[in-house]
Design a protein around this ligand. Structure first.
Ligand code: URA
Ligand code: SF4
Length: 218
């Protein structure tokens, strides 16, 4: 018996590869089941010629309602670290590995659920298209889901964080934690410690960006 091919975002990708065309097409994506419970598709945002792209896991509750990536508590931590590193947020393209919010009720709250590997794979064509169009110099993967999608393999973030991975072709990849790791720490000093390490990794990205820009000027 022939197995049914798995659904994916591929069937919804437009032929014209431009950010606005992709964003419009992603609105009606049914590449996996996640569109059913979510409010809307949350596509990436930022300049089309950004030097750096930040990739998260999936939209959270705030992002799902507002239709924009990283506008909730995780986004505030990213903003803070970007400001400290002197990387203007307007110069950064921000997106997620999965474009719909996966959640379950917990009491009266919509509670985040980790997307399954098959859902990350189903949504990957959107991220690949964004990388293809934006052509960033550096892709920053925040957390295991982003790293898994970008690198195509399971990654131990605790082991691989803080390193630049250069493949020769395509953008340089950098792995750091997902900012939600910071506010999930119970103790204030643990939160501070996690944040400091996250912020120092974003500064590493800034230094790398500067060195790339300097090379381009020579
Ligand atoms: N967490 C993510 O991974 N992405 C968002 O857009 C918001 C929170
Ligand atoms: Fe499509 Fe991704 Fe949403 Fe699934 S999560 S429906 S693949 S946009």
């Amino acid at each position: 018996m022939a197995t049914k091919p798995r659904k994916s975002a591929v069937d919804f990708l437009p032929t014209k590869r431009a950010i606005e065309t992709l964003r419009r097409a992603a609105k009606s994506c049914k590449g996996c089941d996640l569109y059913k419970k979510a409010t809307q598709t949350v596509f990436g945002e930022g300049p089309v010629r950004a030097n750096v792209m930040f990739v998260g896991e999936q939209p959270g509750d705030h992002e799902d309602r507002q239709g924009r990536p990283f506008v909730g508590p995780a986004g505030r931590l990213v903003d803070k670290a970007l400001t400290e590193a002197r990387i203007p947020r307007e110069e950064v393209y921000v997106t997620n590995a999965v474009k719909h919010f996966k959640w379950i009720w917990r009491g009266k709250r919509r509670f985040h659920q980790k997307p399954a590997i098959r859902q990350v794979t189903a949504c990957k064509p959107w991220l690949e298209a964004e990388i293809e169009v934006v052509r960033p110099k550096i892709v920053v993967c925040m957390g295991a889901t982003a790293a898994q999608s970008v690198l195509g393999k399971l990654v131990r973030v605790t082991k691989e964080r803080g390193k630049f991975i250069e493949s020769g072709s395509g953008p340089i990849t950098f792995i750091t934690i997902h900012p939600s790791v910071i506010y999930r720490q119970r103790e204030k000093d643990e939160q501070e410690k996690e944040y400091r390490r996250f912020a120092s990794e974003i500064k590493q990205v800034q230094r790398k960006l500067n060195s790339i820009k300097t090379v381009k000027l020579l």
